[in-house]
Ligand binder design. Sequence first.
Ligand SMILES: [Cu+2]
Length: 478
Amino acid sequence: MLSRRGFLAGTLAAGVPSRPHAETGGAAPAVLRIERRGIEVNGKSASVLGIRQPGGAFGITTEVGKRFRVRVENHIEEPSLIHWHGLTPPWQQDGVPGISGPAIPPGGSADYDFPLRVGGTYWMHSHYGFQEQLLLSAPLIIRDADESSSDQDIIIELSDFSFTPPEMIYADLKARQASNMEMPGMTMQDMNMQEMGMQDMAMPAKSSAPDLNDVQYDAFLANSRTLDDPEVVKVETGARVRLRIINASSMSAYHIDLGQLEGDLIAVDGSPVQPVHGRSFPITVAQRLDIALTIPKTAAAYPVVAVLEGERRQTGIVLQAGKGQVTRILDMAAAASPPLNLDLERSLKAVAPLADRKADRTHAIDLTGAMQGYQWSINNVAWNKDVPPLSAAEGERIELVLTNQTMMPHPMHLHGHTFQVVAINGDRFAGALRDTVLVPPKTSVTVAFDANNPGWWAFHCHLLYHQHAGMFATLRYV
Ligand SMILES: [Cu+2]
């Protein structure tokens, strides 16, 4: 049974390839074109994908209270479909091929139309194949009236880039793991224990280091540029600015380093949090950070960089205040940044938390991996269309207890809902509202949400190659 809300919206729009049909009235839709584009990476040209308006703007900036009335046109040579990451549309407009609806064929288009009730920093990306690795992503900013305290919005979209085609990256990952029979940082003994379901036994000290960055990228980009030739954003001295940082990387997490600046983290994943002051903030794949800061009175160039977790490699942009002189920034930080942890997560408090309520339904979800052959799964099941969805009923408060049984971190994303982080390793607290949460190795994170958007929804690891390998499930209630 489809809900009336979902069904009506679905028949109107719904990621269905559009044919000539009567307009439904109101403003003409904004057009977004999926297209090929060229960029320069470390002095070499690269052909990537992008999603732009006919005027050239990447993605969309709009306002709370408006409708998301968009036509996506596919101008590339293969099918595609765009997911509105963090938004809560009717499920048929969520942009996951095979679940929300069919992909848009080459030359085709699809229409979307739903209300935007909440502001924030969101993003859009292809959910088709490996297109996200080819930079088929863009900002999706919904401005809110109460954001007028800043003079200037500055978007920083982070990406990881490889000259190697993603299909080959994936094949290499599969082959490498199969031939080594071992993940770096994991002993054969651990693997046997995993296979035997004995993960909770004492681990040899050797295996305590997390396994990070299993794809070796050629470059890390901020707004499609490297630090060789970074974007330079002019700002006024003394201005209040709002950084909207989007981690659109396929596999890479970072620590944002504000350098000489300090700022207040005011929102995560689009949802306001009680401000946290600092100069370094972690961001895993698919998350967003909104940071408010005041540019000093001194004319100078202020780099804002993202340092890859566990390494020195970095990317970023430069804020040029007044006539400040811009100098070359190295693409290596002075020191390696540590692996991401949940210290910040533990301290975050949503400005508008969920109502306090006991869960009506709790799903225990193990994030699992058989290390041989780069197999990733949920509850030891690699996704296929016959896997039953997680159950839910409209109106319930649901909790997901996400337990990472592996040695890699997994950024877990639920479509169509905003959840609250309510426990880490069983310690309850009322944390941030999010749509993507980091679950570090051998750690459990509990999230709660209200089942208020019926449909069939994806739930998956946002590391592209983990998702592709099967760390993917669905939630369904209609
Ligand atoms: Cu993962």
